[in-house]
Write a protein that binds this ligand. Structure first.
Ligand code: JHZ
Ligand code: ZN
Length: 414
């Protein structure tokens, strides 16, 4: 196991403080899924961390039962959204919508928390807003600053918010995409939002949506970076603790299905979409423990069917590889024990990952071009959230008889 200061066991619900937590799924221990290994590090002992998933019987928040130190996961970060057309288009649309909703003026400040390589902020820069990023990953903050996106290399906290407010002013727009689910101290985070958000401003956040996760059995999106798996019911209760108001919500397709929430400091007109999504959550019984016990059964079925298919193909001496060395892909590989005995290698578009090995199962990663060179019989699509983009890109491979295997949301060969 690992040394205790890196892992803290959760005693109380991180949203409502209740001790009424039900453990319903164990996917670990696993290495952190973005912990790609250099060739000469493969033989070093890797650290494995628990991946126990529980649900709060009082507020319904699904959350991890252990917190791994952010230093372990975010110091050097390999997720770069600008490597995908899907995400570039998505962020440009988000910026346009935010500006339209708030009819911002030139020079208004927009702050992006978890600003990564500055992709989203650049969409706002194009609309002549003053932009500022906050991101704890040294490698990404350095690159963003070099590219002219002013970025503070730090975790966003209430204390940092006070410093930013002193140096700049309050922000008309604060965005946080795929960040809130990564935050352990949600109260401190939201107090920071309150300090920095202008009275007539909007906090716009996006995170994977629990209903999509349950509906499409997206268990591979459960990993140590993602501490919370939000539905709107617990999220709204959490906001209320900080006198923040959910004024609108939208479901968006990215990352297997996410929600985009619009949060204001002042009560005002609340979109009927908020009431509608809360009714949907009630209908899907997100407060009923049975919901999660049934989900666990479906996870077992996906694992059983995928392993059965892959081993059947192996027995027929078929050549199988993987596509998309994603964090979620590493969860599937470790949980289903799929290693180099099954997948000869994985292809991926991110240069940083090429030439490395996946954490835990140590499968080698190559550039995408290897797929056409080798023309393997089957390719397990580990980055299923980009299935359309990838399958379209690999028409040639399929023309020569290559087939993609999708495990999520259900087993399919295309
Ligand atoms: P991708 C991310 O997780 C990041 P991950 C983060 N952890 C999060 O919260 C969730 O999403 C929501 C490759 N690829 O982006 C690139 C190709 O090879 O889903 C990536 O390595 N060819 C913040 O790590 C991987 O697939 C392509 O054409 O699961 C996708 O991983 C495309 C489009 C992608 O990130
Ligand atoms: Zn709770």
């Amino acid at each position: 196991m690992n040394n205790s200061k890196e892992v803290v066991k959760l005693e109380l619900c991180r949203a409502c403080g209740s001790g009424n937590l039900l453990l319903f799924l164990q996917l670990g221990p696993t290495p952190v899924p973005n912990g790609f290994l250099r060739a000469h590090h493969r033989h070093r002992a890797e650290k494995f961390y628990p991946l126990d998933v529980c649900f709060c019987k009082d507020c319904g928040l699904v959350q991890l039962a252990h917190v791994v130190s952010p230093k372990v996961m975010f110091k050097n970060y390999v997720y770069i959204p600008s490597t995908s057309e899907t995400m570039l288009t998505h962020f440009a649309a988000l910026a346009r919508q935010a500006i339209k909703k708030l009819n911002t003026e030139e020079g208004d400040l927009v702050l992006d928390i978890g600003s990564n390589d500055g992709t989203l902020l650049n969409s706002f820069k194009a609309q002549k807003m003053k932009i500022l990023g906050v991101d704890p990953a040294e490698n990404l903050a350095k690159k963003a600053n070099q590219d002219g996106v002013e970025t503070i290399c730090a975790l966003f906290t209430k204390e940092l918010a006070k410093e930013i407010r002193k140096k700049y002013r309050q922000a008309k727009i604060i965005t946080a995409t795929n960040v809130v689910a990564h935050v352990h101290d949600l109260d401190n985070f939201l107090e920071g939002i309150k300090i920095l958000l202008a009275d007539d401003g909007l906090f716009i956040s996006e995170f994977p949506y629990l209903i999509d996760l349950l509906e499409k059995v997206e268990f591979d999106t459960i990993y140590q970076e993602h501490l919370s798996y939000f539905s709107i019911y617990p999220f709204e209760k959490l906001l209320a603790k900080h006198a923040l108001v959910l004024i609108d919500v939208q479901r968006v397709p990215v990352h297997g299905g996410s929600v985009r929430v619009f949060v204001s400091k002042k009560p005002g007109r609340v979109s009927r979409r908020v009431k509608k999504i809360l009714q949907l959550e009630k209908k899907r019984e997100i407060l009923n423990p049975q919901t999660y016990l049934k989900f666990r059964k479906r996870v077992d079925r996906v694992r059983h069917e995928l392993v059965q298919l892959l081993w059947g193909l192996r027995l027929k001496n078929k050549k199988i590889v993987g596509y998309g060395a994603s964090a979620k892909g590493n969860i599937i590989l470790n949980y289903c024990r799929i290693g180099p005995e099954t997948l000869d290698y994985i292809v991926d578009s991110i240069p940083y990952k090429q030439g490395k090995y996946t954490p835990g199962m140590h499968i080698p990663i190559y550039p995408e071009a290897k797929l056409l060179e080798d023309q393997p019989d089957y390719t397990l699509l580990l980055a299923w959230n980009f299935a359309d983009e990838i399958i379209k890109k690999q028409t040639e491979y399929r023309k020569h008889g290559g087939k993609f295997i999708l495990a999520i949301p259900k087993l399919a060969i295309v």
